[in-house]
Design a protein around this ligand. Structure first.
Ligand SMILES: Cc1cc2nc3c(=O)[nH]c(=O)nc-3n(C[C@H](O)[C@H](O)[C@H](O)COP(=O)(O)OP(=O)(O)OC[C@H]3O[C@@H](n4cnc5c(N)ncnc54)[C@H](O)[C@@H]3O)c2cc1C
Ligand SMILES: *[C@@H]1O[C@H](CO)[C@@H](O)[C@H](O)[C@H]1NC(C)=O
Ligand SMILES: *[C@@H]1O[C@H](CO)[C@@H](O)[C@H](O)[C@H]1NC(C)=O
Length: 588
């Protein structure tokens, strides 16, 4: 019965996609903007993240929140927190980070959150020096549109435009580039202002104005919100340019050889690998001059508004396949989605529609996207696909940062695992497969010490933390290959707890970061039990089922879900891995 539902739902979602395609041909489609991550009532406030991945469960409570509008307001907030010895965390308008970094703690209350939602006005361009200085709550979209009007470009940005300036640099957000300063945004920071706690003599707070020569900047430009409140950030800009993008949907035969060349050859190149489909999509993405003709837009398909109906039906299809343990159903979905992405060039548009490669457009229209963010009172039936209010997509996002040689070995290992049973990867390929991007060596203490490769992959997360998932052993094996066998570093804004195990050892300048933190925030005002857990990278108490949500690596069956037939086993290719595998014959 469940099998039939899984396939049936697939048919329905296929039909909906066809409806969707016809809707997409309307000039523009807007949606219900994301909800605020903060909820307050007479007794206090709660914070969640944009996916509703935490906070929902009432595990992030605090008594008060401030909405500064000016730098002076920020100083006042830090003064009052510092006088009363409160724990403080900063959060942006949408709170996109997956780990619970922005939560001040779950205790009964000596804490405060500072939201940068209303601190979003200042964008000052100095055309002569080719820099822009912005308030930390300014959204990425506002900033790059303004920069473009001045005939300039910010070279790097994450692919998602819904982030704030302060949040984006604080977690090391990046796009893709091995050229120039590279794909990570914090590597384009040349100055910033930071409000830190002060002694009584100093008036309880002080503003540090850091310029490019300041060594503290190497701690501050990627600081996980742990040093103080960033009030202003200055980025280096370049003369305005356009980009020319072509996607080549091809086979994945030589991917482990081709990736280095690809990263070197194309300034903004990336690769999306769909292992179960034996497909690699090479993004040829190069800078071209402003005089090149084209007014294209990169409206990435995953960040477009979705009919809520479609998001719900995709989720229903995925759940039905999960419940039926129907891998083939997932493969059918993966194949449908991939075909659709090819047809629509992943959302590239020459003007209103995709009419052919290359798509050429202005940097600010090509570097990042997120059309599901914008609202029109006319439409309430569409939203971002993961909006927690609609119970649409809910997934894990694993993001690992490798050295170049390790990444090649990792690809070869994943290929071995894929070749054992390609359909095991259909669940990943229903999302975006493995997105492979490039970032450069960084001077940030918590950045990369050499030119690196970043891989992201998303996969199904059950609504209930205690539900095991189809092929979860495979994804756990890939996760452990990445973070343990190949010593990859976790992206600070993504991942499950296990990715952060031993993270301090992986950064040679970790001590320098901690030393800067001791100096700027000696009383640990900006730390919480949550940020400590991520930073310390120690495995917590190993409760029953802890491996299911990536809270631990299993070492006993009870860390998996023996009652559902999931037992702790070794990896198939990486034998040192310990993963939760479905073994129905063991169910008693
Ligand atoms: C759909 C989606 C797509 C994404 N795509 C990418 C991508 O392509 N590349 C990539 O690298 N990442 C990506 N991310 C991750 C995203 O870039 C990070 O989560 C980023 O940190 C989000 O910024 P935010 O403004 O929402 O910050 P928040 O989540 O609000 O905050 C992030 C951290 O910064 C701190 N912080 C925020 N503002 C300040 C401030 N003014 N002063 C001090 N500390 C501050 C917070 O305390 C917290 O620790 C994506 C996330 C989503 C949800
Ligand atoms: C206020 O919010 C808290 C936390 O979400 C909740 O437990 C409490 O019941 C709410 N109180 C009222 C009066 O709504
Ligand atoms: C696409 O990539 C394949 C494999 O690298 C290559 O043989 C082919 O020429 C490429 N196609 C285009 C249009 O660049």
């Amino acid at each position: 019965m469940a099998h039939i539902i899984c396939l049936l739902v697939h048919r329905i979602s296929l039909n909906l996609i066809i409806v969707w395609v016809s809707i997409l041909t309307l000039p523009s489609i807007y949606c219900m903007p994301p909800a605020s991550p903060v909820h307050c009532n007479a007794t206090g406030c709660t914070l969640s993240n944009a996916y509703g991945a935490w906070g929902d469960r009432k595990d992030c409570n605090f008594p008060q929140i401030m909405y500064p509008k000016t730098e002076q307001d920020i100083i006042s907030a830090v003064v009052s927190a510092s006088k009363s010895r409160l724990k403080v965390k900063v959060v942006s308008k949408f709170s996109h980070t997956i780990p619970k970094l922005a939560c001040p703690g779950s205790g009964p209350g000596n804490s405060m959150v500072i939201s940068t939602e209303n601190y979003d006005r200042g964008i000052e361009i100095d055309s002569e020096k080719m820099v822009v200085t912005v308030d930390s709550g300014v959204g990425l979209r506002d900033m790059i549109d303004t920069i473009s009007k001045a005939g300039l470009s910010l070279v790097a940005s994450p692919y998602w435009e819904g982030v704030s300036v302060g949040g984006m640099i604080s977690t090391g957000a990046h796009g893709s580039s091995w050229w120039g300063k590279g794909g990570a945004v914090h590597d384009h920071v040349v100055g910033m202002s930071l409000v830190v706690p002060g002694t009584k003599q100093e008036g309880y707070a002080k503003v540090m104005r850091l310029n490019g020569q300041d060594l503290v900047l190497n701690a501050a430009k990627l600081s996980l919100g742990l040093l103080g409140v960033i009030s202003k950030v200055t980025f280096a800009l370049e003369t305005g340019f356009k980009r020319s993008i072509t996607y080549n949907f091809t086979d994945d035969n030589a991917i482990e050889e081709a990736f280095v060349e690809h990263g070197k050859k194309h300034e903004f190149g990336d690769i999306t690998w769909y292992p179960s489909r034996h497909t690699a999509v090479y993004r040829y993405d190069d800078r071209v001059s402003l005089s090149a003709s084209g007014d294209g837009v990169n409206d990435f398909i995953g960040f477009q508004s979705n009919l809520i109906l479609i998001s719900k039906s995709d989720r229903a299809a995925e759940k039905a396949c999960e419940n039926a343990r129907n891998v083939q159903g997932k493969c059918a979905l993966a194949s449908t989605f991939l075909g659709y992405k090819k047809l629509t060039a992943n959302g590239l548009k020459n003007n209103i529609l995709f009419t052919g490669y290359p798509v050429i457009g202005h940097q600010h229209k090509m570097q990042t996207s997120g059309s599901c963010l914008y609202s029109s009172p006319a439409r309430i039936d569409v939203s971002c696909a993961w909006d927690p209010r609609i119970h649409g997509l809910f997934f894990y996002e694993t993001t690992a940062i490798f050295t170049i040689p390790n990444f090649k070995s990792f690809l070869l290992d994943v290929k071995k695992l894929r070749d054992l049973q390609p359909q095991n990867f259909c669940g990943v390929d229903m999302y975006n497969g493995f997105l492979i991007r490039f970032i450069r060596q960084s001077s940030a203490h918590l950045g990369q010490s050499e030119d690196s490769v970043v891989v992201d992959f998303n996969y199904y997360r059950a609504d209930d933390a205690m539900s095991p998932r189809l092929n979860q052993d495979i994804l756990e094996e890939v996760e452990q290959m990445a973070f343990i066998k190949y010593d990859a570093k976790p992206h600070w804004a993504k991942n499950r707890a296990v990715a952060f195990l031993d993270v301090q050892r992986k950064y040679s300048k970790f001590d320098m970061f901690i030393a800067a933190k001791k100096k700027l925030d000696p009383s640990n005002m900006f730390s919480s039990e949550w940020s400590d857990a991520i930073l310390l990278g120690k495995e917590g108490e190993k409760l029953d089922g802890c491996a299911l949500e990536g809270q631990c690596i299993c070492s006993e069956d009870r860390h998996c879900s023996p009652q559902n037939g999931y037992f702790c086993k070794t990896g198939l290719v990486y034998q040192q891995a310990s993963v939760c595998r479905y073994s129905p014959s063991f169910v008693t």
